[in-house]
Design a protein around this ligand. Structure first.
Ligand code: A3P
Length: 333
């Protein structure tokens, strides 16, 4: 299991949001793509209908070109700020439950979930165009925010599994705004809520448009239910036990009746809870090799926190976009 941690005092945005040190292939691709001002990176580029920073795009293209999925792989796919950190912790604890005691020495007590389940495109392939993945043990867990259209072809072709998690766009936006502000450097112009709200509604933020991202996986989960499990943050909050059982059955790691009777599900849920993870020393003071502080991934972890930040006009606008976009799909967020 490769770990990705180190400390750095260099005042730069995370590596995947930097604009320099691009490959020639990426330098040549960028001028042909639509371009907009970024929230943290200087620019975002539209590739296959979704927006990426320059360095991130380089990871996306390299991963599409070189990544070979294996049958036992598990992909955790989310839109940014939908609860990826939580999903990483839950799936890591779930598939590795025979190996570690939940009481002590569990890797989640000592490492950020982002170290244990790295991002495929925005971490692994941003750092190395042809990474050596041989140290990953089976089942390999990879996270990504890639839209369905940009997943490497081999992911579609082999019977690996995709667990998709999304969240109410109002909470997702508010969480993203806070996160982007944490990543911005002191010398950067600040992001007003109104300005970035407008850009989010227009679909211009990393791995957005939000609605197209969600719809892509929603439709795939209906057409291909053995391949894609579609989950909502709100359901995970409300019914964590039944959702965890659903995930374990879907992945082919069902809980035995003995495991259920011993309280294992509750143990995993407790270990991965917001209160537990956010209060661990590693998540209070550690830093990822990509540059973010671990604590940046834990803010409030609540459903409906948007009420404190969005005015009635903003709520009406977001609700109306969501309704229009999801109208024919049967999906409700
Ligand atoms: P808020 O900003 O609304 O608090 P991601 O992990 O995709 O970056 O999403 C981050 C969001 O998930 C943040 O939401 C964060 O607080 C919340 N989160 C992180 N860990 C969580 C957990 N264990 N349980 C519930 N929510 C969690």
């Amino acid at each position: 299991m490769p770990l990705h941690t180190e400390t750095s005092s260099t005042p730069l945005p995370p590596k995947y949001l930097q604009d320099d040190k691009l490959t020639q292939e990426c330098e040549e691709l960028l001028p042909s793509l639509p371009k907009e001002k970024g929230w943290v990176s200087s620019y975002l580029y539209q590739y296959r209908g979704f927006w990426h920073s320059a360095r991130q795009l380089q990871g996306v293209v390299a991963c599409q070109k070189h990544f070979e999925a294996q049958d036992s792989d598990i992909f955790l796919v989310t839109t940014p700020k939908s609860g990826t950190t939580w999903l990483k912790a839950l799936l890591f604890a779930l598939v590795n439950r025979m190996q570690y005691s939940f009481m002590e020495q569990h890797p989640l007590l000592m490492h950020s979930p982002h170290e244990l389940v790295p991002y495929l495109d925005s971490k692994i392939y941003v750092e190395n165009q042809t990474p050596d993945l041989s140290s990953f043990t089976s089942p390999r867990l990879f996270a990504t925010h890639l839209p369905l259209v940009s997943l490497p072809q081999s992911v579609h072709e082999c019977p690996c599994k995709i667990v998709y998690l999304c969240r109410d766009p109002k909470d997702t936006f508010v969480s993203l705004w806070h996160f982007a502000n944490k990543l911005r450097l002191e010398n950067m112009e600040s992001n007003s809520l109104e300005d970035v709200f407008d850009r989010f509604c227009k679909g211009v933020s990393v791995y957005a448009p939000f609605w197209d991202h969600v719809l892509g996986y929603w439709k795939e989960s209906l057409e291909n239910p053995d391949k894609v499990l579609f989950l909502k943050y709100e359901d995970l909050k409300e019914k964590p036990t039944s959702q965890l059982k659903k995930i374990s059955d879907f992945l082919g790691y069902p809980f035995s009746s003995e495991e259920e009777a011993s309280g294992l599900l509750e143990g995993i849920i407790d270990l991965c809870s917001f209160d537990k993870l956010s209060n661990l020393e590693v998540n209070k003071s550690g830093k990822l090799s990509s540059g973010e502080e671990n604590k940046a991934f834990f803010r409030r972890g609540e459903v409906g926190d948007w009420v404190k930040f969005l005015n009635a006009k903003m709520v009406a606008r977001l609700n109306s976009i969501t309704q229009q976009k999801f109208d024919a799909s049967g999906l409700k967020l």
